[in-house]
Design a protein around this ligand. Sequence first.
Ligand code: ATP
Length: 227
Amino acid sequence: MSVLQPALELSGVEYSYRQNAALRGVTLQVSPGEVVAVTGASGCGKSTLLHCAAGILSPDAGTVRVAGQDLAALPEDQRARLRRTKVGIVLQFGQLVPDLPLIDNVALPLLLDGHERGEAHESALDWLKQVGVADEADAVPAELSGGQTQRAAVARALITGPSVVLADEPTGSLDSKAGQELLEVLLRASRYRGSALVMVTHDNLIAASADREIRLRDGVIQHEVAL
Ligand SMILES: Nc1ncnc2c1ncn2[C@@H]1O[C@H](COP(=O)(O)OP(=O)(O)OP(=O)(O)O)[C@@H](O)[C@H]1O
């Protein structure tokens, strides 16, 4: 019998910054369309977990699989392509390119992947519509509010149709109304598209919107709660 392949699979992942063990054997599977909140006290390893899952950091031990592919087993060019096309990342402050209008920021992952400019822009505009900032397509990030730039960051993370969306405190820089709206955009997009969504958060309301909460303590999973 075939079972659904996890969108993201961490197995025995360990990571240390010099002598400081940030992750001490984390095993976690996230299914397509599933929403997981990663919680825990400051310094427990939440961001490190997300960065290992994204392939930004390479674990000292253990494996990370995205859409069934072991990141460490791939040659560098294939790993970079997998990360570009199958992983979408949203950070606390969006991390858009300051000099580029929103439409170019959102189109960037497709352009880097060799898509034709007109097609990439058409898709970017479509995504800007879906997240509610199409009227701001020609504005640069400095001309916009935090909520508007975060929406564009979500569009940029989703434009490639990733298997996994990783969000590190995505609403952390927003007031509660803008934060709630952005959360809804992320949840809708992930559920509609079937991407797994893993969100690091300190916010209990955001955690409550997930299907499952993973609580970390000192670099290990302290407990998991199905919500
Ligand atoms: N670049 C770094 N160099 C050295 N130590 C680091 C670095 N980044 C994180 N750490 C340490 O690794 C541990 C885990 O940090 P991490 O940022 O993953 O935790 P976190 O749960 O995301 O914290 P917060 O909620 O405050 O963002 C902490 O002890 C932290 O001090």
